[in-house]
Ligand binder design. Structure first.
Ligand code: SAM
Length: 197
């Protein structure tokens, strides 16, 4: 598995209106192998939501609010570029199949981490210019949630879906029912109860 870190930068988030989609961006980032999300907003409700998910299901995924002003998130991009690679997800970019090999190779040989930028409404032109790659998950409009999931899956080649989060609650895959193992505080599942929900 590639050992690099992936950080997601979510720009264009609008209070209340985008809560659900931004929360889904964060959930997908967490579940598909990213370690952190920078949110270009002061909306702490996303931070609180992810902390509750971590508390139950484990993992150390973090969300940091960096403010919505363009200079704040442009600064985050330029800081990242000092050692990492910036990928902007946009339907106008190059097809993912045509660039993913090069991206993975560079991460591996140059030891670089990746920042993935996703928008909400119209993304300012400057993002296209400062990004190292503008990548399209197909050239049709769809969703930042879908685009992020597919890019992360291509980066990690599906292995991210086997990651263990070691939380208070753990699902035991079941062909029919909902089987959840809970543990008391210390995360030792052997002492836990099995619930059938
Ligand atoms: N119309 C907006 C624009 O021109 O920037 C995009 C709005 S779209 C609902 C929100 C985000 O979804 C985009 O900023 C992009 O990150 C992502 N997205 C949507 N379709 C995509 C695609 N085909 N490939 C990659 N990313 C996509």
């Amino acid at each position: 598995m590639l050992r690099m870190r992936v950080v997601v930068l979510r720009i264009g988030h609008r209070y209340v209106r985008d809560y659900r989609v931004t929360m889904h961006v964060a959930l997908v980032a967490r579940a598909f192998g990213a370690s952190r999300m920078l949110l270009a907003s002061d909306d702490k409700s996303i931070v609180d939501g992810i902390m509750k998910v971590n508390e139950r299901w484990g993992g150390g995924f973090e969300v940091e609010c960096i403010g919505s002003e363009q200079e704040r998130w442009l600064h985050a991009i330029s800081e990242w570029k000092k050692s990492g690679i910036v990928v902007h997800l946009t339907m106008y970019g190059l097809h993912v199949d045509d660039v993913i090999g090069e991206l993975r190779r560079r991460c591996h040989t140059e030891g670089r981490d990746v920042m993935v930028v996703v928008g909400a409404e119209k993304v300012p032109r400057v993002v296209y210019e400062v990004s190292d790659y503008n990548i399209a998950i197909g050239n049709q409009p769809h969703s930042e949630v879908a685009a992020l999931a597919i890019l992360l899956d291509r980066i990690f080649e599906g292995r991210e879906l086997r990651a263990e989060f070691k939380g208070r609650m753990r699902i035991v895959p079941d062909a029919r029912g909902k089987r959840v193992v809970t543990s008391e505080g210390d995360g030792d599942e052997s002492t836990g109860d099995t619930l059938y929900a």
